[in-house]
Design a protein around this ligand. Structure first.
Ligand code: NAD
Length: 473
């Protein structure tokens, strides 16, 4: 941990909260209630690894119960600690409010290094962790709903659901106890890419304002923007692919655990992923040069820097070396509160984590709704819409005496599949939320940065929930 990050990640989140609270005009008691974590469950359980028993340290933190269920991912990392999980749970509350997902915030953490474990060992730990959550009533479709985070994915979510079902088999909505599940096991199309896709939609919206871009010396649009990405995991990979394929952006640098690479002409992310799978490393990728240290990715000359690995990556000791005009926090907490002050003084636009990476929880919300409705999106209306569009096209053809080509006909008459609806709902969410935040930034005096504006957006919504509950005047 760097010296500047006094008290660590949680202190950094709370420092940002205090900065926004000071300009929020909300009662102090209410702000104190919102800020604190409501329930912290710290557990230890033994798991047999080889011939030995290992005691596993794990957490589940529910930050706010103003809306239920609570929601947040589960992290597997050797660096997990209580403060980190509390910080991540707090961010989840603000994130859900910003994107109008009706949940309180939560987060889970298991202090293990998944890279050093076998699949059966990971399964054993995941199932035991789930059993502990069930035992203390810390999981359930109306209680607390986990999802993937750093070090976990759909495989772990399937194990969680299966364990839950073995305890609560008769529960009609049991499938909604966890999100991020494989599509064929009560998951939803588009969840795996959701956080990365959300980062892309957020960026696309942010770079669409002429005056904002002019202030940074940039043109509008994602086309041709140069991008550096730290971390090629779930979030970094999908962000990179979508920015490249749909946005026409150029990924000039990528860093992973083993090092960093640079190519000013652009790095094909799908090809890089394949290269890493085959060689075990992103290094020595054809056409790119290896960089001396992986952290140099944060300092390359580019328009947009996307930290998508872990917290506290940009600190007082390296903030001044950042050359990007925009930093999009795909990871949670990659910039310390102190480093943020430096970047803001340098004129860098910071798109804050609690907005930028909210695509994951947004599509998790869609998945949860799908589980509660017991039906995939689009099943009722797809064919009806398709037939209506076909009738319209037929009418146009009859009236004009012209025939529409097969390609155009298919495009015009397509009924929406689940994936189309999920992407459309996600895009709508990211655009609407950005406009709310930007309006707060432009209209409210004393608010000078997007993170504070995002906090205010969250605080306005959470406080009105508390007032509606009659808890505060
Ligand atoms: P992941 O485990 O899939 O990928 C993270 C990658 O970062 C790994 O490949 C790891 O090797 C790499 N990495 C770690 N330290 C690094 C370093 N110093 N330099 C370069 N690479 C490094 O995790 P993820 O799900 O992509 O999560 C990444 C971040 O995004 C986390 O902060 C997480 O909380 C946040 N996030 C994830 C989701 C989600 O849906 N998965 C949603 C919102 C936020």
């Amino acid at each position: 941990m760097s010296k500047d990050n006094h008290g660590g990640f949680l202190a950094s989140v709370n420092r940002n909260f205090d900065k926004a609270a000071a300009v929020s005009n909300l009662p102090e008691g209410l702000l104190a209630q919102i800020k604190e974590c409501n329930s912290v469950y710290q557990m230890r359980f033994p798991v047999k690894i080889g011939n030995d028993y290992k005691v596993i340290e794990a957490y589940r933190v529910q930050h706010s119960h103003h809306r239920l269920p609570t929601k947040g991912g589960i992290r597997y990392s050797q660096k997990v600690n209580q403060d980190e999980v509390m910080a991540l749970a707090s961010l989840m509350t603000y994130k859900c409010a910003i994107v109008d997902v009706p949940f309180g915030g939560a987060k889970g953490g298991v202090k293990i290094s998944p890279r050093e474990m076998t699949v059966p060992q990971l399964q054993k730990i995941t199932r035991r962790y789930t059993a502990e959550l069930i035992r203390k009533n810390f999981i359930g479709p109306g209680i607390d709903v986990p999802a993937p985070d750093y070090g976990t994915g759909s495989r772990e979510m399937a194990w969680i659901l299966d364990t839950y079902l073995s305890f609560k088999g008769g529960e009609i909505d049991a499938a909604g106890c966890v999100t991020g599940k494989p599509v064929h096991q009560n998951g939803i199309q588009g969840r795996t890419e959701a956080t990365g896709r959300g980062v892309y939609y957020a960026l696309k919206e942010a770079v669409s304002y002429k005056d904002d871009m002019a202030a940074l010396g940039l043109e509008t649009g994602m086309e041709g923007k140069t991008i550096a990405i730290q971390g090629l995991g779930n979030v970094g990979y999908h962000t990179g692919v979508i920015c490249q394929e749909e946005g026409g952006s150029i990924i000039v640098s990528v860093a992973e655990y083993e090092g960093a690479i640079y190519n000013k002409k652009g790095i094909d992310i799908k090809a890089l992923f394949k290269h890493r799978k085959e060689t075990g490393s992103i290094l020595d990728f054809p056409g790119a040069k290896n960089m001396k240290q992986r952290k140099r990715v944060l300092e390359v000359d580019c328009d947009i820097l996307i930290p998508a690995a872990l917290e506290s990556q940009i600190r007082v000791d390296n903030a001044h070396k950042v050359k990007a005009k925009i930093v999009a926090e795909a990871a949670n907490g990659p910039i310390t509160a102190e480093a943020e002050e430096i970047l803001l003084k340098m004129g860098v636009m910071i798109l804050p984590d609690m907005y930028v990476n909210a695509g994951g929880v947004t599509v998790s919300y869609f998945e949860w709704l799908k589980n509660l409705s017991h039906m995939r999106f689009g099943r009722m209306e797809k064919r009806f819409n398709q037939n209506t569009y076909l009738n319209l096209v037929g009418l146009v053809e009859r009236l004009t005496g012209k025939t529409i080509g097969v390609k155009e006909r298919n495009l015009l008459t397509k009924g929406a599949d689940e994936i189309d609806l999920v992407r459309s709902g996600l895009e709508e969410t990211m655009i609407t939320s950005y406009r709310q935040i930007r309006t707060i930034l432009k209209k409210r005096k004393k608010i000078e940065d997007l993170r504070t504006a995002a906090f205010i957006s969250a605080l306005d919504k959470i406080s009105s929930d508390y007032m509606a509950l009659g808890i505060f005047p």
